[in-house]
Design a protein around this ligand. Structure first.
Ligand code: ZN
Length: 173
């Protein structure tokens, strides 16, 4: 397994984690002790990161299966302690899932762009679909000035380009 610091040098991994947990979250991941399991309070103390940030980061990572915990019950007090460790070995699965979600969104957008004809008010920079434009006789709903046809070819082209690139990365082509 690659070490956490190796993984964090991968720009794609870093960008993904940054979007997921932000700067402080990345800080926590970088300062996370490399061995053993740790409670949120221990982690806050050893990394000097705010306890709530530690908790929120752990939970967010947990949702993506990038962190896991196990519970220990103190038999005298009945209190539960959660001991955490990172599972950065799962990061490439998380990245693939994320990419698959982005792909789905882009494909939906592509379909929408392909199935619609667009009109724009150049004054207000508002876009209308054909039925919307029809409703107001091709006059802007805001300033009432006439709309012009909006050519979405460039947008579609760049959408297709991005979709293609992701499909290739995911091994779908
Ligand atoms: Zn307008």
């Amino acid at each position: 397994m690659e070490s956490a610091s190796d993984l964090l040098n991968d720009p794609a991994v870093r960008a993904y984690l940054f979007r997921l947990v932000g700067n402080e979250g990345l800080d926590l991941i970088e300062r996370f002790p490399t061995d053993g399991e740790h409670s949120d309070e221990e982690l806050a103390a050893s990394t000097k990161i705010n306890l709530n940030t530690v908790r929120h980061t752990l939970y967010t990572l947990y949702e993506k299966r990038l962190a896991e915990y196990h519970r220990i019950k103190n038999n005298e007090t009945g209190w539960l302690t959660y001991l955490w460790q990172l599972r950065l070995d799962q990061i490439y699965d998380a990245l693939r899932e994320d990419m698959a979600m982005v792909l789905e969104k882009l494909e939906r957008r592509e379909k929408y762009e392909e199935e619609n004809d667009f009109y724009i008010c150049k004054e207000c920079q508002i876009l209308f679909t054909f039925p919307q434009a029809m409703n107001t006789d091709f006059n802007c709903t805001d300033c009432e000035k006439p709309m012009t046809h909006f050519d979405n070819d460039l947008l579609l082209k760049s959408l297709k380009y991005r979709i293609d690139a992701i499909r290739k990365t995911l091994g779908q082509v």
